[in-house]
Design a protein around this ligand. Structure first.
Ligand code: AMP
Ligand code: MG
Length: 329
């Protein structure tokens, strides 16, 4: 009996000590390159091997979802010439979300843009853009409503059409990374380019600060900072991949109606919520829609968002500032 009382006392004391733990923790971090994106993973007090597991996860999803990896689900769908293809449950989940955001955004988010995307070169230095004729030939292939998502786990894409999950896949992977890290470290910041997922807390017990880039500023500059605990902050911006010609910025987010970079008034769109996959697709759609319609979309989906126009004006959904402790920097 006495032993049990002593054990209980000891446990209580240890508990108190842990609660008042000093603000330092074992930090593990690494940088990798997957999905054409620099990925930075930071973990606090992580279980041994967690970082390696996260990198292995990235590699696995690249092999499943990349358009350019032979034998990936996306590659097999794109080469099937109209024949149904059996895909993993994970690919199907992404395709169903893509469909939902396509429909909710009136087609602003379209994964069937792939044949048009292939006509552009935003980063290779050639500044390649499609001719009028090329656009006339490929735009009829942009129509997500023609993708058949079967209840039997197959996907059927009409011959000639292609899909590209570049606007949504990183979000899905961020969600899976967060699920892997949750409970196996005291805190994590998983940064997949524009998709940031934070898990747990900082060593001092507070939430994480996430910077929102100044679209007009240099890489790494922040215009705002917000605070999250367990959740995702996803930003799409017209500064990520682009070239300029005759004072026009041609960037990597295309308007599915025209096949040309979105010329809307938005320079960046940030979505804060629990699902990085959903936030990823919605942020991309917002850039195409422009400020007014993007706010309508965010409100209809009950998502929190911060929109920055090309003029540098910021617009937020109701309560955003208080909820996410948004501040200028
Ligand atoms: P994000 O950086 O998440 O905004 O996604 C941009 C990427 O998604 C591009 O590099 C393309 O691969 C693809 N993409 C471009 N425009 C669209 C669009 N309107 N809908 C869906 N995906 C798009
Ligand atoms: Mg996106």
């Amino acid at each position: 009996m006495r032993k049990r009382v002593l054990a209980a006392l000891l446990a209580l004391l240890l508990g108190v000590a842990a609660a008042g733990r000093p603000a330092h923790a074992e930090k593990t971090s690494g940088v990798g390159y997957y999905f054409d994106t620099v990925i930075t993973l930071t973990l606090y007090d992580a279980e041994p091997g967690l970082l390696d597991e996260l990198w292995a996860m990235c590699k696995g999803y690249e092999e499943l979802l990349s358009k350019t990896v032979e034998g990936s689900d996306v590659d097999r769908i794109n080469r099937a010439e109209g024949v149904p293809v059996a895909v993993s449950a994970e690919t199907m989940e992404i395709l169903r979300t893509a469909r939902a955001v396509h429909d909710a955004s009136g087609g602003a988010f379209s994964i069937t843009l792939a044949p048009v995307i292939a006509l552009w070169d935003f980063t290779g230095g050639t500044n390649r853009m499609p001719t009028e004729q090329e656009l006339a030939e490929t735009l009829p292939l942009v129509d997500d409503s023609r993708i058949v998502l079967g209840d039997d786990g197959t996907v059927t894409l009409p011959a000639g059409m292609q899909i590209d999950l570049g606007g949504i896949a990183k979000g899905y992977i961020a969600d899976k990374g967060a699920a892997l890290a949750r409970g196996r470290c005291t805190g994590a910041v998983l940064n997949f380019g524009g998709n940031v997922y934070t898990v747990g807390r900082k060593p001092d017990g507070s939430g994480f600060n996430v910077g929102i880039r100044d679209p007009q500023g240099p890489e790494g500059s922040s215009k705002y900072v917000l605070r999250t605990q367990d959740g995702t902050v996803v930003t799409s911006g017209i500064y990520e991949r682009y070239f300029e010609l005759d004072s026009v910025r041609y960037h990597h987010i295309l308007d599915p109606k025209t096949g040309v970079s979105s010329m809307s008034d938005l320079a960046s769109a940030t979505v804060v919520c629990g699902s990085s996959m959903l936030a990823d697709a919605v942020a991309t759609a917002c850039i195409v829609l422009g400020c007014r319609d993007a706010l309508v979309l965010l409100n209809s989906l009950e998502l929190d968002g911060l929109l920055i126009t090309r003029d540098g004006e910021a617009y937020v959904t109701p309560d955003f500032i208080e909820k996410w402790q948004l501040r200028s920097v």
